[in-house]
Design a protein around this ligand. Structure first.
Ligand code: 3HC
Ligand code: NAI
Length: 703
């Protein structure tokens, strides 16, 4: 049993305490230890019942995810928690699982083997395995339907969202919510049920019914909502087995499906993303002891698309915001958009109107800097123009208190140049939100040369409060995300000029798994926006290097994308796209005039040109130290650019294709299209020649 599990006797109840910090994951030895403790408790004549409880912050957050890679590599045997957990269910004395924090995955499966479950009021239970590309693998797909009913079990296992304590009790997954001390309540509950006969979950078949069409509908939804993912459908198959097969056979089916998922590239990628999200928070030189500035009040300059969304993100986290605009008209427009956003969410039943009102009440629209002197952070979200931004930072320097964090939401401009406009570069940082800023999870935190580490630490911590995943980038044009997206979009533009149709390019990348095709993204952002960015950086372009021709022409013709109903595609009133003959003709004409030889292009080449353009730039970014680790780049692409999570991000994808193969293809592109467009990435060449991967490259020790 070792130190992981402690058995004590309190008031005639055996208390088994799980102690495997930080989250009591079912690491090797844990389930066996619980089984041994159950046997021991049953032999103890002075006890009437058993309480199973977690030490620390939580019950059990699941199987130990770190073990999965070892299982796949053959270093460890396949996971088989079932026999140990069944000892709980077979206990002669009733077992009460006492849940606080979370009972997730194998944690809930452990609790389901108990005869009763009591929950702290703020506890949550769920089967989130699907988010790791897996399905429950310790009987969850067989026991949960028996308690929650088939439809609810499907929802929980297919989408992975947890349910709160009160709902768990309403569903029959929990027996009671305990107010006050959980252990005291659980012991009292154990006395109440001690003399009742034990009820084994696996023998409770009364809820095992499915309405006609339930599984077909679930499969259809899984294919739509979980496009490309294999785990949701595997979860459906396993739950279907709970009603078509006896329990033991259902468990065998579950194990088969679990292993199929575990040995797939998808779960590898999704587990990479899970740990990646936690890794990006680790920054050399910044520890828990690093001082951070307390953020109680925020102020934002600019209430346009981004300023409005950022304001919502702040007030949603309970931080009051002063929102300044340049004109009454722009301010009214900005505030109307925010109010409409909240009204829509309320109308959809996703937010109580009282909460929406409370959030709006935290927002103060204004035309002056009044009150900015009290702000703990000021976020600039004005036009993407260096001169406008510098002017704002000069003004802020005269107003902000000395320890106020000054953040710019610039998507590509030089943070050091912006910072120089304020006489306190150490307080200036990039906080690059993604549109819509109240929804998108990514925050790219950009450190300038002089940015103080306390300011970086503050941004990383604040991001968590705002519900964001923050990734640190160093300063360069476009930072990590937009610097990489530039060659990706360029290739999409070249491909249509070389003979692919707009639809073919969009479809190929969509089929690869991207949330949208690249030209659809262009149309959504607006060709005026990309035109303005090209103008801002025009003087940096190397003369004589091929540039896409059609985007400027579309802009000049007012084909700005969705906002004008026409761009790369045509859009109807509901913004549904259809092929544009005019754009197709414009592309053909332009290519002919420029002497570009058009040819048939395969989907494979389209994907390789676009995705490898990301990878090549990513390798250069990594080598230059703009990103700390390859996984930082992956997390940016998964959370900000619609890269399919089940491919793990562009760098992980390149690793899984094999860097030798990627490098060879890049060399072909370089030979065909020139080194200016496909510059060498020495890091890639180094890794290839040493048989290494991007994931193995970690420069955090050197920084
Ligand atoms: N296995 C191993 N490590 C885990 C873990 C797990 N199941 N869950 C969390 N951790 C680690 C994290 O990696 C992190 O480590 P670090 O400090 O070294 O970075 C540490 O525990 C704390 O985690 P968080 O930073 O995420 O802490 P939070 O308090 O924000 O969140 C949590 C806690 C809600 C439990 C969250 O960690 C979580 O969602 N964990 C994963 C839960 C999950 O997916 N469970 C299913 C696992 S698969 C399974 O059970 C298969 C079974 O059916 C057989
Ligand atoms: P926008 O044009 O919608 O909004 C900018 C607003 O700033 C306008 O309403 C303007 O009136 C206001 N403004 C200008 N000068 C001002 C001043 N001195 N005081 C107060 N308000 C002032 O632009 P958007 O899209 O919101 O972009 C803002 C910034 O966010 C830019 O730097 C942009 O690059 C960046 N960004 C934009 C993204 C997007 O998808 N739109 C994504 C990420 C970053």
């Amino acid at each position: 049993m070792a130190d992981l599990i402690q058995l004590s006797i309190q008031d005639e109840i055996a208390v088994i305490t799980l102690n495997n910090p930080p989250v009591n994951a079912l690491s090797p030895g844990m389930a066996e230890g619980i089984a041994q403790a159950i046997h021991a408790a049953n032999k103890e004549p002075s006890t009437r019942a058993i309480v199973l409880i977690g030490a620390g912050q939580t019950f059990i957050a699941g199987a130990d995810i770190r073990e999965f890679e070892k299982i796949v590599s053959g270093e460890r045997p396949r996971l088989d928690l079932l026999p140990s957990l069944q000892v709980i269910e077979d206990s002669g004395k009733p077992v009460v699982a006492a849940i606080h924090g979370t009972a997730l995955g194998g944690g809930l499966e452990t609790a389901l083997c108990g005869h009763y479950r009591v929950l702290a009021a703020n506890a949550q239970v769920g089967q989130p395995e699907v988010k790791l590309g897996l399905i429950p693998g310790a009987g969850g797909t067989q026991r949960l339907p028996r308690l929650a009913g088939v439809a609810k079990a499907l929802e929980m296992c297919v989408w992975g969202e947890p349910v709160k304590a009160a709902e768990a009790v309403a569903l029959g997954v929990g027996d009671r919510v305990i107010e006050g001390d959980l252990l005291t309540g659980a012991i009292a509950f154990a006395h109440e049920i001690a003399s009742r006969p034990v009820r084994k979950t696996r023998e409770r078949n009364e809820k095992l019914q499915a309405s006609p069409g339930l599984f077909d509908a679930a499969r259809e939804q899984a294919r739509k909502k979980g496009r490309g993912l294999i785990a949701p459908e595997a979860a459906i198959d396993a739950i279907e087995a709970s009603i078509t097969l006896p329990f033991e056979e259902g468990c065998r089916r579950e194990a088969e499906l679990f292993n199929k998922c575990l040995f797939s590239s998808q779960s590898k990628a999704l587990i990479h993303a899970f740990f990646g999200e936690r890794t990006v928070a680790k920054i050399p030189g910044i520890t828990k002891a690093t001082r951070t500035f307390e953020i109680h009040r925020a102020a934002i300059v600019g209430a346009g698309t981004m300023g409005g969304g950022i304001a919502m993100a702040y007030v949603n986290a309970g931080i009051p915001v002063l929102l300044k605009e340049a004109s009454q008209e722009a301010l009214d427009r900005g505030m109307n958009t925010i109010r409409n956003n909240y009204a829509n969410t309320v109308a959809k039943g996703r937010l109580a109107s009282t909460i929406a009102e409370q959030r709006l009440a935290l927002l103060t629209p204004q035309l002056t800097y009044a009150g900015f002197e009290q702000a703990d952070i000021i976020i600039e979200a004005v036009f993407e123009s260096m001169s406008v931004k510098k002017q704002v930072f000069r003004e802020l320097d005269g107003i902000a208190k000395p320890d106020c964090v000054l953040a710019s939401n610039t998507s590509s401009l030089d943070i050091d140049e912006i910072a120089a406009a304020a006489n306190r570069s150490e307080m200036v940082i990039g906080n690059h939100f993604f549109s819509p800023a109240n929804v998108m999870r990514l925050l790219e935190v950009v450190r300038g040369k002089a940015t103080a580490r306390e300011v970086i630490a503050t941004s990383m911590l604040l991001a968590k409060r705002l519900g964001k995943v923050a990734v640190l980038a160093a300063n360069c044009r476009g930072f990590i995300g937009n610097r990489m997206i530039a060659p990706y979009l360029r290739e999409a533009h070249f491909l249509v000029e070389e003979g692919a149709s707009v639809e073919q390019v969009n479809q190929a990348l969509y089929d690869f798994g991207m949330a949208m095709g690249p030209l659809a993204v262009d149309d959504l952002t607006g060709l005026d926006v990309s035109f303005a960015i090209r103008k801002e950086f025009e003087q940096l372009e190397k003369p004589g290097v091929r540039k896409p021709l059609v985007p400027d022409l579309l802009y000049q013709q007012g084909r700005l994308g969705q906002k004008t109903g026409r761009g790369w595609s045509k859009y109807d009133a509901s913004r549904k796209p259809s092929p544009s003959e005019e754009t197709a003709a414009l592309i053909e004409r332009t290519a002919a005039e420029a002497g570009i030889k058009r040819r048939a292009l395969s989907s494979e080449e389209i994907v390789e040109r676009c995705i490898y353009a990301l990878v090549n730039e990513g390798a250069r970014i990594l080598e230059e130290g703009i990103a700390l680790r390859a996984v930082d780049i992956d997390i940016i692409y998964l959370n900000g650019y619609g890269f399919p999570a089940w491919r793990g991000g562009p760098m992980f994808y390149a690793d899984s294709v094999g860097l030798t193969q990627v490098a060879a293809r890049l060399e072909e592109f370089r030979q065909t299209h020139g080194e200016d467009l496909w510059p060498r990435a020495p890091l890639l060449e180094h890794l290839t020649s040493h048989g290494q991967t991007f994931s193995s490259f970690d420069r955090t020790n050197e920084v």
